[in-house]
Design a binder for this molecule. Structure first.
Ligand code: ADP
Ligand code: MG
Length: 387
């Protein structure tokens, strides 16, 4: 998809540029645990500063659902941003209203105003045009630098585009360019999918199925296919309507042609002990929580043949020590193959977390935490933020 980059726009001096950023950082007791999302927007913000624009930032944090929730204030984020930019950031404790009006009116070239959490307002998640108009009044042009919410129909992402000349941030444009490379992948394309739910993963698997050479499945996702094949899954995580998804998205496809399922799994038995089992030996007392060693070897052998790799979704409950080996082994194999021979794309919040545990994320060509938006884009779902 070709997008108009803000990087090509001239004459920004003294222009009020309203920038939608993704600063939805993980917070713990009011402290920012990871600021990579803030850092990702710095190139665009610095570019606008150099161009002499007036920058008005809009962002959301968490799910306050239209209510003012003090612990979801963006104030600590504005503070961190000021440290990173090494310049003052004027945080306004409301999104729209008298104080915001006043702060924006007195801006001069190179000023940064940061508005309070968009989602404190009911209109944001309703894609309300009236709310969008209030936001739009603050800018001369609008820049979207929040790829992770582009699959959502929300006022600061969607409705606002009708009201202001629209451009895209440097990071967002590069994110979309990278995803576009995967739309016409160099073959062989090996897709690895895991994670918890078939409902979010089935649409993308079916979309990518035809161009993929192999689709390796693990995690909770694979359990649904075990069940489909009438294998015992015990107490494992399975979607109640998994058959509906398998029927809908894999109609007319011969699953065995491309889908590779685990040969063995690590289960937690009735005494909560981890054990290796062949997938045909799982009992009704077992919970499948990771892929087993034979599966790691099998999946790695496919990964070694790839020219393009897409990985989304942990292959097990990697948050628990006994069940992280499968995910970390596959993360290592993907990263290693991506250093030289293959183009590697890894996406998804938890998936990237697992990849980071290997300390090999720098070997992967493209790493995206925007799981939902990435899957929506690759799966051909509507992207209200990009239209
Ligand atoms: P991402 O955010 O990377 O797209 P998902 O949200 O789809 O990934 O899924 C991540 C979650 O899936 C992890 O928290 C992991 O614990 C869980 N998971 C993976 N495999 C299993 C399994 N076999 N049983 C239970 N949970 C699993
Ligand atoms: Mg997730």
């Amino acid at each position: 998809m070709k997008l108009k980059s803000i990087g090509k726009v001239k004459g920004l001096k003294n222009k009020r540029v309203l920038v939608r950023v993704d600063f939805n950082v993980p917070l713990k007791d009011g402290k920012i645990e990871d600021d990579y999302r803030i850092k990702a927007a710095l190139p665009t913000i610095n570019y606008l500063l150099t161009a002499g624009a007036k920058i008005i930032l809009m962002a959301h944090l968490g799910e306050p659902e239209g209510q003012i929730v003090p612990k979801l204030s963006l104030k600590p984020v504005a503070h961190r941003l000021a440290l990173l930019l090494k310049k003052p950031v004027n945080f306004v404790p409301e999104t729209v209203g008298y104080q915001a009006d006043k702060a924006i009116k007195k801006m001069v070239a190179g000023d940064v105003v940061f508005l309070e959490n968009l989602r404190f307002n009911e209109g944001e998640q309703k894609d309300d045009l009236k709310f969008a108009k209030r936001l739009a009044a603050y800018g001369d042009i609008y820049v979207n630098e929040a790829f992770s919410v582009c699959h959502r129909k929300q006022a600061s992402i969607s409705a606002i585009k009708k009201l202001l000349p629209t451009y895209y941030g440097l990071e967002l444009v590069s994110e979309v360019e990278n995803l576009d490379k995967i739309l016409k992948p160099v073959k062989p394309l090996i897709v690895i999918m895991g994670g918890a739910k078939i409902s979010t993963k089935a649409p993308i698997i079916s979309k990518i199925y035809d161009s993929a050479d192999k689709v390796l499945l693990g995690g909770g996702l694979a359990n649904n296919f075990f069940k489909h094949l009438k294998l015992e899954v015990g107490k494992s995580l399975v979607d109640s309507d998994s058959e509906v998804y398998i029927k809908k998205f894999f109609k007319g496809k011969k699953l065995a042609d491309k889908i590779v399922l685990p040969l063995d799994v690590i289960i937690s038995d009735k005494d909560k002990q981890p054990r290796i089992r062949k997938v045909t030996d799982v009992t009704k007392f077992d919970t499948i929580l990771d892929i087993g060693p034979e599966t790691i070897a099998l999946f790695s052998s496919y990964i070694k043949t790839a020219q393009t790799i897409i990985w989304n979704g942990p292959l097990g409950k990697f948050e628990e020590g006994s069940f992280k080996h499968g995910t970390l082994a596959i993360a290592t194999a993907v990263a290693a193959r991506s250093t030289g021979k293959a183009y590697g794309l890894v996406g998804g919040g938890e998936t990237v977390e697992a990849l980071k545990e290997t300390k090999m994320e720098m070997y992967v060509d493209f790493v995206s935490t925007a799981g939902g938006a990435m899957l929506a884009y690759l799966g051909g779902s509507p992207m209200p933020g990009l239209k």
